[in-house]
Design a protein around this ligand. Sequence first.
Ligand code: ATP
Ligand code: MG
Length: 335
Amino acid sequence: RNLKWQMECRSDIYRLNTQFLSIYESLIPPEEEKAKQKQLLTLLEKLVCKEWPEARLYLYGSCANSFGVSKSDIDVCLAIGDADINKSEVLLKLADILQSDNLQNVQALTRARVPIVKLMDPVTGISCDICINNLLAVVNTKLLRDYAGIDVRLRQLAFIVKHWAKSRGVNETYQGTLSSYAYVLMCIHFLQQRKPAILPCLQGMRATYSVTVDDKKCAFFDQVENLRDFGSRNRETIAQLVWGFFNYWAYGHDYTSSVISVRTGSVISKLEKDWTRRVGNDRHLICIEDPFETSHDLGRVVDKFSIKVLREEFERAADIMHYAPNPCVKLFEPY
Ligand code: ATP
Ligand code: MG
């Protein structure tokens, strides 16, 4: 019924679909970029091992979760077994080591919410952030990557949504809008809710992968190669899903009482989470539960001004998908 309704509204839905697919393809990082990332990681491993032989480096974030577009920076986590280390000291030491190896723009940000060292590698031209012992991010990176392995429409939708968010200036947590990580969770949730569902709820299935990080048990089904047919009963195309996504966040979501939860594969209530009022600087005007740190609302950065900006952007996008003659241009127009 949905499909029929949409077809009646937009006779150009097939053309639109081809256009979205070519935008998606133009955003995929080419193989040589991946190779350069590996090259930089190998160099970093060599340098780090000299000082901390037991340490390991993990890629996380968009360079490892399969939602990275071309020319992204890379995120690296330095895992040092010892939980009692002084992160600032390690970061300053690390910055020293990197600087002496001719890496450029080396900067230790020891007071950031997530303390990091930033650097730029002049050989590959890649910029990189290194954090310490942030293993939860490594695990949520794996969860996102595993979801992406189930149905290609997730990656397509998330690329389009991230591209839209960057073009429209609503991908800036320091300005009260949402992180890329939050947008990908919104896409996963949306595809879990389609009828028939396009994605399952991996944390609700028999656990084939399980680790404990910072006393939190992270367990989920990760044999996603066995789930490749999961969404095949749903034939919606990427244009329809982009449309549905913006429509949901513009007109379908209950901002007053609902929390989206990838962990449970459903919508849960703010009451149940005690996310009904502002505590300190944390507001809950749009609620996105972290799949592992369940007390953590990724929407907490959003304030009473930026919620308005966000909702107007969702409405603008939904209306463009309904009426605009050329949504693939209009949607991404700079703000
Ligand atoms: P981009 O392409 O914009 O760089 P990204 O996937 O690297 O996207 P970021 O939002 O920069 O996204 O986050 C990098 C990684 O850090 C995420 O994949 C996630 O693992 C972790 N992360 C980011 N924000 C949070 C958060 N609020 N809570 C927990 N983990 C987070
Ligand atoms: Mg990143």
